[in-house]
Design a protein around this ligand. Structure first.
Ligand SMILES: [Zn+2]
Length: 210
């Protein structure tokens, strides 16, 4: 069995959406060993930082919040698709080449996994690609950018996917994994009433002899 950590590190200098200062995490050492005989920290952070799960409440006024989501959907077989040849956006035509079926959990590996800082031109899932996946009735989709879409008015990709109860994982790092089938474990921390939550996401290759 081989385990791949597909989460990004959280720190004060990590890439954040559009490099906005207010989105950078602040980690505060509240108690310090030298003084207090113990180390204890707190963090102030946007919930869409790094590797995270979006909840429908993110784009729907009365959508489900993180603690209401079904975690059994997030311990699941999944397929990594290699889309690293795409330079702008993933459309339905790009996805038609693959064998995608009802109930699949799809991870989109793109050039984004090779970025070391926030890329304003990151590859995203275009509306037609979201419609294609929604029609297939997949269970979830993940991508290696901090947002699954950009520069689309009214966030249609989010709305189309969430309208079909398709789970959305963002901020993955798929640099070290090849296309193929894995088991995904991506559990959000259990915060009541919120629109997103950090996730430690891993892929397990159960066929591996290691
Ligand atoms: Zn998000």
């Amino acid at each position: 069995m081989e385990i791949f950590d597909i989460s990004v590190n959280i720190n004060e200098n990590m890439p954040v959406y559009k490099n906005r200062e207010e989105k950078k995490p602040k980690i505060i050492l509240d108690k310090e060993y030298k003084k207090d005989n113990i180390n204890e920290s707190s963090i102030h952070m946007n919930l869409h930082t790094g590797t995270h799960l979006d909840a429908p409440f993110h784009t729907f006024e009365k959508g489900k919040t993180i603690e209401e989501l079904d975690i059994s959907q997030l311990i699941t077989p999944c397929t990594v698709l290699d889309l690293t040849d795409i330079s702008e956006k993933i459309t339905s035509a790009d996805l038609e080449k693959f064998d995608i079926n009802k109930g699949d959990f799809i991870l989109l590996k793109t050039q984004n996994s090779y970025d070391t800082e926030f890329n304003f031109e990151f590859v995203f899932l275009e509306k037609s690609g979201a419609e294609y996946l929604a029609n297939k009735k997949i269970k979830g989709v993940g991508i290696d950018s901090l947002g699954i879409e950009r520069s689309q008015e009214n966030h249609p990709t989010h709305s189309i996917l969430m309208g079909e109860d398709i789970y959305i994982l963002e901020g993955l790092n798929l640099k070290y994994v090849d296309a193929g089938k894995y088991k995904l474990i991506a559990l959000p921390i259990k915060i009541d009433g919120v629109d997103g939550a950090p996730v430690r996401a891993v892929l397990v290759n159960e066929d591996s002899s290691q």
